[in-house]
Write a protein that binds this ligand. Structure first.
Ligand SMILES: Nc1ncnc2c1ncn2[C@@H]1O[C@H](COP(=O)(O)OP(=O)(O)OP(=O)(O)O)[C@@H](O)[C@H]1O
Ligand SMILES: [Mg+2]
Length: 378
């Protein structure tokens, strides 16, 4: 750790008060510029959930890693252009003694932190198009946490600890950049970046930012998987450590009992068609789709009240019923669009609700309404 030699006043082209004002306001403007990609991602991610296009695409075989990677690439491209623009403007007008490559890296890292931060916030918001606005508002409010560590005597550990929040980290680094540009003889270079100013260093801030990019991306992706939303089936909290991925809604013994039961169970036999021995054999060999005790409630309303059925291999199965009988709800549960409250279902031995990803590999769906990403126009 070292201290940078200070610049004498005649090198300054703005008054010290002007510098102070600029130092205080620059982080806010900086955040505002990046609100555009942030708002774009949060609103699109929320809209994709709301329009069911994301679940629809997952039914068609889209896997989560491709989905997150595609958003990462989109975000990185927007960030690259925005960061390039800010770097050029800042190099000309504000920072004459700052290595602009370092400044550009800082801009890119800040904006890439927002990628995971955006997914983290959106996962807690209800699935609505307005979630983009709510997430952006929350992001702006989080900026004001900076005031908690405004005192220059705040211990470095607290400053670095609070830097886990993207806006605080950005604010701390901007303070460093201003200090190097206006107060030190050498400015900000690869050599001076490790020097400390008010208990914080540019290099320390950048390392925190790097950590944040990874931390928020992992947290955002994790929360996206486990926090229940209106559509899709949330995975259990420890899904990463399970061999078979997916949520366990009923315990294994209960599931085995339900599936072993033939669909008639204790119910009135007159309501069920008797099946031939060859079809019964399919049931024993798990060569069919079994649904047992499937229940879905929307508040007090029971949309599906304990459906039992078996669809056999080589047959066409038609689900008929009056309006509001629960056909769409049943199919939505079987394809993973909405989560059931009770019951279980198995196709060719794959437990659907515990192993949705596996089941979707053999699933084809033609939904009631077109489920496509908004920007696919033709
Ligand atoms: N998201 C929801 N929130 C509240 N109630 C719902 C929801 N979705 C469906 N319902 C209710 O659940 C019941 C079953 O609806 P569902 O759409 O599954 O019926 P359906 O058999 O597909 O009817 P239709 O023949 O009209 O398509 C209906 O009474 C419906 O109002
Ligand atoms: Mg319907």
């Amino acid at each position: 750790m070292g201290y940078a030699p200070l610049k004498s006043d005649e090198f300054l082209d703005i008054s010290p008060i002007g510098i102070q004002q600029l130092t205080q306001n620059f982080p806010f403007f900086f955040m505002i510029i990046y609100l555009i990609p942030f708002y774009y991602v949060t609103s699109k991610v929320a809209a994709e959930k709301e329009s069911k296009s994301r679940e629809g695409m997952k039914m068609m075989g889209l896997n989560d890693s491709t989905y997150f990677l595609s958003w990462f690439i989109v975000f990185a491209l927007i960030s690259f252009i925005t960061s390039g623009f800010i770097t050029i403007v800042s190099a000309i007008h504000i920072f004459k003694y700052v290595n602009m490559f370092l400044f550009f890296c800082f801009c890119m890292l800040y904006s890439m932190t927002l990628y995971g931060w955006a997914f983290t916030i959106v996962s807690f918001l209800p699935t609505k198009r307005t979630s983009g606005i709510a997430a952006t508002l929350f992001h702006v409010i989080s900026f004001y946490l900076c005031f908690l560590i405004q005192d220059p005597l705040t211990p470095p550990s607290v400053q670095y600890g609070m830097s886990i929040f993207p806006n605080i980290c950005m604010n701390q680094i901007v303070k460093q950049i201003f200090f190097y540009n206006y107060s030190t003889a050498e400015g900000l270079t690869f050599n001076t970046g490790s020097m400390t100013y008010q208990g914080y260093s540019f290099r320390g801030g950048i390392l925190m930012m790097l950590f944040n990019v990874v931390f928020w991306a992992l947290l955002g992706i994790y929360l996206d998987q486990v926090v229940p939303s209106q559509f899709g089936i949330a995975k259990p909290l420890c899904f990463c450590f399970q061999r078979r991925r997916g949520g366990v809604r009923i315990n294994d013994a209960e599931r085995q009992r339900l599936l072993a039961d033939d669909e008639i169970g204790s119910k009135d036999r007159r309501n069920f068609e008797m099946v031939s021995d060859s079809l019964k054999k399919q049931e024993r060999e798990n060569n069919c789709l079994k649904v047992r005790g499937l229940v879905k409630k929307f508040g007090n309303k029971t949309a599906v009240g304990g459906t039992n059925l078996t669809m056999y291999n080589g047959q066409i199965f038609a689900l008929l019923g009056h309006n509001g009988a629960g056909k769409t709800t049943t199919i939505s549960m079987l394809t993973g669009l909405i989560e059931p409250n009770e019951g279980c279902a198995e196709v060719f031995g794959i437990d659907i609700f515990n192993n949705m990803d596996e089941m979707r590999k053999i699933l084809g769906v033609c939904p009631q309404h077109d489920v496509l990403f908004e920007f696919l126009t033709a």
